[in-house]
Design a protein. Structure first.
Length: 219
C-alpha cells in the first residue's frame, strides 16, 4: 500500500497540456470530487465550492484571463474552478456558520453557542483574522488547497493527470464567474483552478529536495 501511494505521488505532475481526445469517465470524476468533498477544513466548515466548467465557450472566457492555463484549460477533460467563501460568511457569528453547525453538523444550540465563542477567540486573537476581509478570505483559500491536493492525489492513484493553476487575474476571473456563471462574488471568490485529464506527452523526471534538506527533528 505504501509503495502504491508513493508511486502515485511520483506519477503526479503539473500537466501543461492534455490529450483532448481522452476523457475521464463520469464515475472516475465523481470519485475525484468526493475526495475533495471529504477533505478536512478548519473547524470543519468546508469553505469551498466546486465549479465544473465543461462548456468550451466559458472555458475560453476564463482562458482569456489565465496566463498560466493557455494549454491546460482548452485541452483538459475536466476543468474545476475552486471557490472560497469570503469574510461575510466565514466570520464566527455569520449565519452560514450557525446554519452549518445546526443543519450539517446537527449540533444542539448550547453547543453552537459555546463553539461560536471558541471560533471568535481563534479568529480575533490566535490568527488575527478579523483585521481585514482579505485575511479571512485568505484563511478560507488555504483550506481549499487541502481539497485540491487530495483531489490531485486521488486522480493520480487512478492514472489521471492534473494541473493546479494560480496563473490568472483574480478580479477578472471573478467578473466572468459573476457575469457568465451567476456566482455571487460577495460570498465567494476564486481560490484556484485545476485541470484534469490525460497527459499528451511524458513529463521530465520529478525533482525534489531530499528529506534531510527539509526536515529538522527535535528529539
Amino acid at each position: 500500500m505504501k509503495d502504491t501511494i508513493i508511486e502515485a505521488f511520483n506519477y503526479r505532475h503539473a500537466c501543461k497540456e492534455f490529450d483532448p481526445e481522452k476523457k475521464i469517465s463520469d464515475q472516475d470524476f465523481e470519485f475525484i470530487l468526493n475526495t475533495g468533498r471529504l477533505s478536512p477544513s478548519s473547524f470543519g466548515f468546508e469553505p469551498w465550492k466546486f465549479l465544473v466548467v465543461q462548456n468550451q465557450g466559458l472555458r475560453e472566457k476564463l482562458k482569456e484571463h489565465a496566463w498560466g492555463g493557455k494549454k491546460q484549460i482548452p485541452t483538459s477533460s475536466h476543468l474545476l474552478v475552486i471557490l472560497a467563501r469570503k469574510g461575510s460568511s466565514m466570520k464566527y457569528d455569520s449565519q452560514y456558520m450557525q446554519d452549518f453547525m445546526k443543519h450539517v453538523k446537527q449540533m444542539p444550540q448550547d453547543v453552537i453557542s459555546a463553539r461560536i465563542g471558541y471560533i471568535e477567540n481563534f479568529q480575533r486573537n490566535d490568527f488575527k483574522l478579523l483585521e481585514s476581509e482579505r485575511a479571512i478570505f485568505d484563511w478560507a483559500c488555504r483550506q481549499t488547497y487541502i481539497s485540491l491536493a487530495n483531489m490531485m492525489t486521488a486522480a493520480s492513484m487512478i492514472g489521471i493527470d492534473s494541473c493546479p493553476m494560480e496563473g490568472f487575474h483574480a478580479d477578472k476571473i471573478n467578473a466572468v464567474l459573476e457575469k457568465d456563471l451567476g456566482i455571487d462574488t460577495q460570498k465567494f471568490g476564486v481560490a484556484c483552478m485545476v485541470a484534469f485529464g490525460y497527459r499528451k506527452t511524458e513529463p521530465a523526471a520529478k525533482t525534489r529536495q531530499s528529506l534531510e534538506q527539509i526536515v529538522t527533528w527535535y528529539d
